[in-house]
Write a protein that binds this ligand. Structure first.
Ligand SMILES: Nc1ncnc2c1ncn2[C@@H]1O[C@H](COP(=O)(O)OP(=O)(O)OP(=O)(O)O)[C@@H](O)[C@H]1O
Length: 433
């Protein structure tokens, strides 16, 4: 039977609602042993009349209530990065009434950030993200005290910056910072909420090995960073802007649960979100008894050199690129010489085709990195010409350079800084990304 609009009314799949209700009615241990943790924060004193009005929709939720709201008021939360994940996390933590919010961020707002970093606006381009975020928070909730750490979090300042916070929310985008945050949080006994995003996929978890016995840390889940070049950053691989809202708000939700003691936090669980399939899955994460940090015989007993640990490029790529890298200015001269017939070479763009639609170095051909990895590219390389490779930043081209040199093209080179540097330094008329 059709509805008045001609569209069949939605009917749940037969039996589905009953299954869901049955699942919800199961005792908690059927869904895994619940990890309950006491609230991280003691309640503040009485709320003011303004606060009661502002937070009234929280106050009538039994799991939050007056006491939960007072805990939020007393809470000190540090958010690392006011970028894709930090933006929604900061906005919702501020709106929820977290009393003190720290923001640690060194970068400035770029036009390409605005597709997802919704705490910043058009007029903030070029301004420090931490300051822009502070101003947005003041607009949303002037009752929140914002502490700005306008700096890059590193080994030298991490303990000072973390000091005094009840909880950390990690919204950063690089492995070196993530391992440093994990280790420093463990040494200082501060739980933290982690999130990560890439294209249409997101992950989130809560790491609290000092709070809950047998709870894992980030190193239990990921003992080592991925091989350099294996996992592209969002700048290299892209990210669906709205994905940040999904994952950043999960992080804010977990933070609120931990601060107030409501519900069951994602401790020992990994939330995996697939936006293309619109699927959320939860996996158990166990503590690794061999974990280098929180295991039985730890080898990491202090902060380490995280840049070396995570290595921007592999040892082979670094070796191949060591004496075979040209700057974009040198490349421009080379292209002029090729134009006048003084030299010959083939300039190869190793990025993906969709990246090449955004910008390119003129006079280049496309052979994506994947074809270097599976060997197909080698069949297309001219034997008599020098091979010159570029990508977006120089990481993927260095990796391909190692393959090309290994195949006998000893005079092959790559372009340091890639098309990003070309657009910045040579041809600003093309868009950057
Ligand atoms: N060590 C650090 N200290 C402070 N902030 C950091 C640190 N590492 C990363 N960040 C910040 O975390 C944020 C992560 O945001 P996001 O993942 O959206 O990337 P982005 O760097 O803004 O964008 P893109 O990589 O596309 O240029 C960035 O604003 C970045 O400056």
């Amino acid at each position: 039977m059709s509805s008045a609009s001609g569209v069949a009314p939605w009917r749940p799949a037969p039996g589905r609602p009953r299954e869901q209700v049955a699942l919800l009615r199961q005792p908690p241990d059927h869904r895994g042993v619940p990890v309950t943790v006491p609230p991280l924060v003691e309640p503040a004193g009485e709320l003011t009349v303004d606060e009661v009005r502002r937070y009234s929709r929280h106050l009538i939720i039994p799991d939050v209530g007056m006491t939960g709201q007072k805990r939020l008021k007393n809470a000190k939360v540090l958010v690392i990065g006011a970028g894709g994940l930090g933006s929604p996390a900061l906005l919702y933590l501020a709106a929820a009434g977290v009393g003190t919010i720290g923001i640690v961020e060194f970068d400035e707002v770029d036009e390409s950030n605005l597709q997802r970093q919704v705490i910043h606006g058009q007029s903030d381009i070029g301004r420090p993200k931490a300051v822009s975020a502070q101003e947005s928070i003041a607009e949303i909730n002037p009752l929140v005290e914002v502490v700005v750490h306008n700096t890059r979090l590193d080994n030298d300042n991490v303990r000072d910056v973390f000091s005094g916070y009840d909880l950390i929310v990690d919204g950063t985008d690089n492995f070196a910072t993530r391992y440093m945050v994990n280790d420093a949080a463990y040494f200082m006994g501060i739980p933290y909420v982690w999130g990560s995003i890439y294209r249409f996929d997101g992950q989130a978890s809560v790491f609290a090995p000092t709070l809950v016995e047998d709870a894992p840390c980030y190193r239990c889940l990921y003992p080592e960073p991925p091989p350099p070049g294996m996992v592209p950053s969002c700048a290299e691989g892209g990210v669906l802007g709205v994905l940040c809202a999904s994952v950043g708000s999960i992080q804010a939700t977990e933070a609120i649960k931990l601060l107030t003691g409501a519900g069951e936090p994602l401790i020992g669980k990994l939330m995996i979100y697939d936006a293309l399939e619109m699927e959320y899955r939860k996996l158990k994460v166990r503590k690794d008894p061999n974990c280098a940090l929180c295991g039985e015989n730890p080898t990491v007993t202090d902060l380490i050199d995280y840049d070396t640990f995570c290595g921007a490029i592999s040892a082979e790529a670094a070796e191949a690129a060591a004496d075979s890298t040209v700057s974009v200015h040198q490349l421009r001269t080379m292209l002029e010489e090729r134009e006048s017939g003084e030299r010959d070479f083939v300039l190869i763009d190793v990025r993906d085709p969709n990246e090449r639609e955004i910008n390119e170095i003129p006079g280049s051909v496309l052979i994506p990195r994947g074809e270097f990895l599976n060997g197909q590219a080698l069949e297309q390389l001219p034997e008599s010409k020098q091979v010159v490779l570029y990508c977006k930043t120089g990481v993927r081209s260095a990796e391909c350079l190692a393959i090309v040199k290994g195949a006998g093209y000893s005079d092959a080179i790559h372009v340091g800084g890639g098309v990003g540097a070309w657009v910045n330094q040579i041809d600003p008329s093309q868009p950057a990304y």
